[in-house]
Design a protein around this ligand. Structure first.
Ligand SMILES: Nc1ncnc2c1ncn2[C@@H]1O[C@H](COP(=O)(O)O)[C@@H](OP(=O)(O)O)[C@H]1O
Ligand SMILES: [Mg+2]
Length: 276
């Protein structure tokens, strides 16, 4: 991706974000439209953002197909043949949107050979993007006075005695409890709950150390965060300890994973043994 194309991606997020916020601030459009098969909610904002992103991403790179949470299944029927494509969640944290916690994001990932090489997580309410390009670095980009102000992002080294555990606001899980018990043997834990892909942004900023996820989510909830955290110096691994692969199975549900800031710590190996 060239610098100019990254600029276009940011502008596109900005535009999709405006469509989300238009619904957010309009009482008639901000509510539940329907529930999906998996019982997750759908709003006008999910669809409006999807329309803008699909048109804009196609204009930017017509040769890359799009796999979005809001695509219908016929649009992605031949997805197993794709080597390079966009994986998008036009509105991650729809429940947070409905409950007006502000903790929702737009997630865009570029997948190449089943791995995310670029991830962009955009926070509509704050006009702020976290961008990771694997091998090149990670940045926070704040929209200010008609410009994007960039600051580099980097994970932090795991402190010796304490750590910040990042978790979903909504999911409780016995494996997460085992994780907490294991990590509490060596570290004083403080837990930060947040919605959507913000957990990945916190890791990439060095505001957290570990995000274990054992509750249901889909690949588009994870791909951009995976690229972001990896580009900022961290890692996301599945229960086998290997990096996650995307669009590699019939199901688009994400496997369980543990995302960490300080990938060099030996603690994670023991944690995997404990929760496997
Ligand atoms: N039963 C379920 N099946 C699949 N995904 C689910 C789910 N319950 C929640 N999720 C996923 O979890 C995401 C929210 O994550 P978190 O709890 O960390 O905020 C949702 O993102 P969407 O809002 O994009 O649908 C949704 O994809
Ligand atoms: Mg969504």
């Amino acid at each position: 991706m060239s610098r100019k194309e990254i600029g276009s991606l940011l502008d596109l997020c900005h535009k999709a974000s405006d469509s989300i916020l238009e619904c957010y601030y309009d009482e008639a459009s901000s509510g539940l439209l329907s529930s999906k098969e998996d019982q997750t909610p759908l709003t006008k904002a999910d669809l409006a953002s999807h329309e803008i992103l699909s048109e804009g991403l196609h204009a930017l790179r017509p040769e890359f197909p799009l796999l979005s949470e809001e695509c219908d299944s016929s649009e992605i029927a031949d997805r197993h043949h794709w080597d390079r494509f966009w994986m998008v969640d036009p509105l991650d944290g729809t429940r947070e949107f409905l409950e007006r916690t502000g903790e929702f994001t737009i997630n865009i990932a570029l997948i190449e050979s089943q791995r995310p090489t670029l991830g962009l997580i955009y926070e509509p309410l704050f006009q702020r993007a976290s961008l990771g390009i694997v091998g090149a670095g990670a940045w926070q980009l704040q929209f200010e006075s008609d410009n994007w102000r960039a600051e580099p992002l980097s994970v932090r080294k795991l402190p010796a005695d304490d750590m910040v555990l990042l978790a979903s606001k909504r999911h409780k899980n016995p494996r997460l409890e085992s994780c907490i018990a294991y990590l509490s043997n060596t570290h004083e834990l403080s837990r930060k709950n947040s919605g959507s892909a913000l957990k990945f942004c916190d890791l990439a900023k060095g505001h957290g150390d570990c995000y274990p996820r054992f509750s249901l989510c889909s690949e588009w909830d994870v791909a951009a965060g995976d690229a972001l955290v990896s580009a900022a110096g961290g890692a996301v691994f599945g229960m086998d300890g290997d990096p996650l692969l995307y669009n590699a199975r019939d199901s688009l549900l994400s496997p369980n994973f543990i995302a960490v800031g300080d990938a060099s710590s030996p603690l994670w190996g023991g944690l995997l043994e404990c929760v496997r």
